[in-house]
Design a protein around this ligand. Structure first.
Ligand code: UDP
Length: 481
C-alpha cells in the first residue's frame, strides 16, 4: 500500500486509571471504527481492565490492539484499580515508550496530559503528537480566564460570588470553589506539580465532547485560546453491546441482572442514580447524610457508594458507621433502593428507562454520560474542574439542580460532611418531582441526549471531526513522504 491508501496508524497512550483511562480507550476504538489502525500503549496490569472490549472489537473486524510496556520486576505503578490519582508518577514508562515509538514510528500518538513528562519525550522523536486531557471546552475556558483576569483576587470573602470575565455566558463562582493552586498559589509548603502546557508544539487536542453541547465554548477554545481541536465525543456512545457497557472501566461488582430487574420493576423516569465517580473518597459522616437525605426524599434510588475515606473510619466493616441503623433492611423490604458497593455498570444503569435523574460529582465523563442518557442531574462537585462542570450543567444548559456544594477539596485532603441531609432531600425532591421546573429540565436534557447521539452518527459533528483528523494526518504524511 502506498502512503495515500494505507490506514493512519495511531498510538494511544492513556493515563493509568479512572476518568482519564476509560475515555481514551473508547477514543482508540472510535478511530479504529473510522478506518485507522489503533494501538493502545499500557502496562500489562492496566491492559487487563479493557482487554476484553478490545478483543470484541477485533472479532468484529476493527484494527485495534494493545501493546504493553514492560517494567523491571521491582518497579510498579501504584493503583491499578482505577484509583490512580492525578499525581501518580508514571515517568518509569518513559524509556520503554520512547523505544516502542522509535521502533514503530506511527503516524501520530495521542497521549494523556497527566503523563507530565510525555510531551517532551515524544517531541524529541518527531512524531506528530495530540493531547488528551479529559475535560470539555467549557471548563478549559473558565480555567483560562480565571488565570488571565484573576477575578477571585477582588472577592472580599471565600463565599462572595464573582463573575468569570470574558466568557459567552455569565459564569459565577466563589473562591471556596476554586482549586487550591488558584486560590492560594503561595501557600506555605504547597508546591504545585507543574504540568506545563502540553498543547505547545503539539499537532492539536482531542476532546471528549460534541459541538452542539457547548458551541460558544468550542469556538472560544479554538479561536480565543488558539487551540487546534477535534471533538470526537461523547465517546461512551461507542459502547454498543451489553458486555461493553457492563465491563467498561472495570467489571461491575454487582450482578447486572439484579440491577436490571430492580430497574425493570420501577416506573419510567422514577429512579435516581447516585455516583461520585472512580476517584472520590467520601467521609463516612457524608455518606450518612446522603443516606438520611435519600430516605427523607422517599424516591427510589440506586446508590453506587464507591470509595470511603478510610483513615477517618474507626470500624469500616461495621456499616453503622456510614449507614443509618437498619437503613439497608428498610430499603430492601420496601424495594425502594439498591446499594452498590464497588464498581457500578454506570452506562447500563443510566440508559435504563426507569432512571429519571443522576446525582453526580460532575466528573466530565459522568457529566457527558448523563447528557447522553438525556437525564437531568443533581450536581455535587468536589474537586478538579468539577465546579466548572456544575456551572455548565445547571446555569448554562439548565439541566441540573445544585445540591449546594461550596468547597473544592484536594485529592490529598481529608474529606468531611460538607453537605447536610436537608440539602440532599431538597435537591432530590426538586429534581424528581413533576413540577414545571423539573419537567422543563427533563425536556431540555432529552433534547441534548438526542443531539449527543446524532453527533457520533454518520454525518454528525463528532463523526466528521474524527474523519477530518484522519485526513489531516494523512496529508501530513503525504507531504513528508
Ligand atoms: N464509573 C463506572 N462505575 C462506577 C464509577 C465510575 O462505570 O462505579 C465510570 C463512569 O461511567 C465514568 C468514569 O468511571 O466513565 C468516571 O469518570 P468521571 O470523569 O465521571 O469521574 P472521575 O472518576 O474521573 O472523578
Amino acid at each position: 500500500m502506498d502512503s495515500k491508501s494505507s490506514p493512519v496508524e495511531i498510538f494511544f497512550f492513556p493515563y493509568v486509571g479512572g476518568g482519564h483511562q476509560i475515555p481514551m480507550i473508547d477514543i482508540a476504538r472510535i478511530f479504529a471504527s473510522h478506518g485507522a489502525k489503533s494501538t493502545v500503549i499500557t502496562t500489562p496490569k492496566h491492559a487487563l481492565s479493557f482487554q476484553k472490549s478490545i478483543n470484541r472489537d477485533q472479532e468484529s473486524g476493527l484494527s485495534v490492539s494493545i501493546k504493553t510496556l514492560h517494567l523491571p520486576d521491582d518497579i510498579d505503578i501504584a493503583d491499578t484499580d482505577m484509583s490512580a490519582s492525578p499525581h501518580t508518577d508514571t515517568s518509569m514508562l518513559q524509556e520503554p515508550l520512547k523505544a516502542l515509538l522509535a521502533e514503530h514510528k506511527p503516524d501520530c500518538i495521542v497521549h494523556d496530559a497527566f503523563h507530565r513528562w510525555s510531551a517532551e519525550a515524544i517531541y524529541s522523536l518527531g512524531i506528530p503528537r495530540l493531547v488528551f486531557n479529559g475535560n470539555g471546552c467549557f471548563s478549559r475556558c473558565v480555567m483560562e480566564n480565571l488565570g488571565k483576569y484573576k477575578p477571585h483576587e477582588k472577592a472580599s470573602s471565600d463565599y462572595e460570588p464573582f463573575v468569570v470575565p470574558g466568557l459567552p455566558d455569565r459564569v459565577e463562582l466563589t473562591k471556596s470553589q476554586l482549586p487550591i493552586m488558584i486560590r492560594q498559589p503561595q501557600q506555605r509548603g504547597f508546591v504545585p506539580k507543574k504540568m506545563g502546557k502540553p498543547e505547545e508544539n503539539s499537532f492539536g487536542v482531542v476532546v471528549n465532547s460534541f459541538y452542539e453541547l457547548e458551541p460558544a465554548y468550542v469556538e472560544y477554545f479554538k479561536k480565543e485560546m488558539g487551540n487546534k481541536a477535534w471533538l470526537v465525543g461523547p465517546v461512551s456512545l461507542c459502547n454498543r453491546n451489553v458486555e461493553d457497557k457492563a465491563e467498561r472501566g472495570k467489571k461491575a461488582t454487582v450482578d447486572e441482572q439484579q440491577v436490571l430487574s430492580f430497574l425493570d420493576s420501577k416506573e419510567p423516569s422514577s429512579v435516581l442514580y447516585i455516583s461520585f465517580g472512580s476517584l472520590a473518597r467520601l467521609a463516612p459522616e457524608q455518606l450518612l447524610e446522603i443516606a438520611y437525605g435519600l430516605e427523607a426524599s422517599n424516591h427510589p434510588f440506586i446508590w453506587a457508594v464507591g470509595k470511603i475515606f478510610r483513615s477517618a473510619v474507626k470500624d469500616i466493616e461495621n456499616e453503622e458507621t456510614w449507614l443509618p441503623s437498619g437503613f439497608e433492611e428498610r430499603i430492601r423490604e420496601s424495594k425502594r433502593g439498591l446499594i452498590i458497593r464497588g464498581w457500578a455498570p454506570q452506562l447500563l444503569i443510566l440508559e435504563h428507562p426507569a432512571v429519571g435523574g443522576f446525582l453526580t460529582h460532575c466528573g466530565w465523563n459522568s457529566t457527558l454520560e448523563g447528557v447522553c442518557a438525556g437525564l437531568p442531574m443533581i450536581t455535587w462537585p468536589i474537586t478538579a474542574e468539577q465546579f466548572s462542570n456544575e456551572k455548565l450543567i445547571a446555569d448554562v444548559l439548565k439541566i441540573g439542580v445544585k445540591v449546594g456544594s461550596m468547597h473544592w477539596v484536594s485529592w490529598s485532603t481529608e474529606p468531611w460532611a460538607a453537605v447536610g441531609r436537608d440539602k440532599v432531600d431538597m435537591a432530590v425532591k426538586r429534581l424528581m418531582s413533576g413540577d414545571e421546573e423539573a419537567v422543563e429540565m427533563r425536556r431540555r436534557a432529552r433534547e441534548l441526549g438526542e443531539k449527543a447521539k446524532r453527533a457520533v452518527e454518520g454525518g454528525g459533528s463528532s463523526y466528521m471531526d474524527a474523519d477530518a483528523l484522519l485526513q489531516e494526518l494523512k496529508s501530513v504524511r503525504k507531504s513528508e513522504s
